[in-house]
Design a protein around this ligand. Structure first.
Ligand SMILES: Cc1ncc(COP(=O)(O)O)c(C=O)c1O
Length: 408
């Protein structure tokens, strides 16, 4: 298979990054950990793409001004945010609903602390980013798993499990929408049903929508709060430009709530944790540019990611037919089932890291349902993906000799 890109590559997504001078958790940290300069990294959730030109220009303007005091949000910031959610999802939010933080998880903590009591149960839906249960437990609450179910290769919310699991002490649900790692973009009908379930039982929804800009062609994303007026009042949306515009290191995120009581609780939580004056002047400038000026860039990035997924799917079909992959509807993850290899996580890690020289995320660390899977980050140059897949196939072939050879 040739690694040719299927896009015109207007933004240079297929040009491998010059890593000189970079220092990222995705690459440099993994290379330092393994002491392996040949390692190809497909783990940490960020893209290998250079950020969109308007974001780079905005950051240069801030750097050029040479003053880096606590940031203030001008009207143009709010207009950019309000405009983005209306333009893309028809979600009409108001300036007053918007607060910020330095990241999604730091926003969960004050909300959990203010809106639940120690010992209360908080639902989450594994396999999911490992921080979900960790944030709950760190606050002294009980992490109540409502694992997703896989039906005919598609992950779904298990409403039966929810209805018998929930108790009087269940106060909150941490929703991941779109879902990392399985790539589901929940339909309006699914969210509507979830909202009704939560409303009936007094369960507040914190909806982590950090991947909302990465929606595949033909798929519709519905912000949880836009499902209905009642859902809007019974939820807080945590979102960011970080994943959709590849500015994860700039530490700026949004906390959006219509309900005044919920907004007040969030502010109290911030004050209690002495985070009230937090904020990064670069992150704020990047977010404003991202939400206002970067639609074409994200659209092209999503097209590139979809092209990479199709490439991976075909590669597996030809060279590793014993593995299967879930079809993502959004995000930049390929969620690959490797159960047929019959390897424990540590053995699998030895094969992929020491023999293939490839870093991925292991599903075993993403909670129930994650074992026997790897998550491979598709947001990279096609040549990089191709090289990584060839290495994986070659290493696996030494363990399962009847696999087809790359190039055959
Ligand atoms: C589902 C999910 N939420 C939140 C985050 C953290 O995002 P940020 O660092 O932009 O706050 C991640 C990071 O991987 C994630 O996967």
């Amino acid at each position: 298979m040739t690694p040719a890109s299927s896009t015109a590559d207007e933004f240079g997504f297929d040009v491998p990054l010059d890593r000189a001078g970079l220092s990222t958790a995705k690459w440099e940290m993994e290379i330092a950990r393994t002491q392996d300069p040949t390692l190809l990294c497909f783990g940490t959730a960020e893209m290998d793409y250079r950020a969109a030109p308007p974001i780079r220009a905005a950051l240069e303007r801030v750097a050029g001004a040479g003053h880096f005091g606590y940031p203030f949000k001008r009207a143009s910031y709010y207009e950019a945010v309000v405009g983005y959610f209306d333009r893309h999802f028809g979600w009409k939010i108001e300036k007053d609903w918007i607060a910020s933080n330095v990241g999604i998880y730091p926003s969960m903590q004050p909300l959990i602390e203010e809106l639940t009591e120690p010992g209360d149960e908080i639902l989450y839906q594994p396999p999911v980013h490992h921080i979900f249960p960790e944030v709950i437990q760190a606050a002294g609450r009980v992490a109540l798993a409502n694992p997703l179910v896989e039906r005919r290769g598609r992950y779904e919310i298990d409403f039966d499990d929810l209805s018998w699991k929930v108790t009087e002490r269940t106060r909150m649900l941490l929703l991941c929408s779109p879902h990392n790692p399985v790539g589901r973009v929940w339909t309006r009908a699914e969210l509507d049903r979830l909202s009704a379930f939560c409303l009936e039982r007094g369960i507040l929804v914190l909806s982590d929508e950090v991947y909302c800009g990465l929606i595949f062609d033909g798929v519709a994303f519905t912000p949880f709060a836009n499902v209905s007026a009642a859902a809007s009042r019974n939820s807080v949306t945590l979102t960011s430009a970080s994943k959709s515009f590849n500015v994860t290191g700039l530490k700026h995120s949004l906390v959006i709530a219509e309900d005044e009581g919920l907004r007040g609780a969030y502010m109290r939580g911030l004050k209690r944790n002495n985070l009230y004056f937090g904020g990064c002047v670069f992150g704020q400038a990047a977010a404003e540019a991202a939400f206002r000026d970067c639609d074409a860039w994200t659209k092209a990035a999503v097209r590139h990611i979809e092209g990479n997924f199709r490439y991976l799917e075909q590669f597996l079909r030809i060279h590793l037919p014993e593995l299967s992959v879930t079809s993502p509807e959004g995000t930049y993850f390929a969620w690959i089932n490797v159960k047929s290899l019959d390897l424990a996580t540590e053995q699998l890690r030895d094969v992929l890291e020491k023999e293939a020289h490839v870093a991925v995320t292991y599903g075993a660390f993403l909670g129930e349902g994650g074992d026997g899977h790897i998550r491979l980050n598709l947001a990279t140059a096609r040549s990089n993906l191709s090289e990584g897949l060839c290495r994986i196939a070659a290493a696996i072939r030494t363990h399962i000799p009847h696999s087809n050879q790359p190039g055959s």
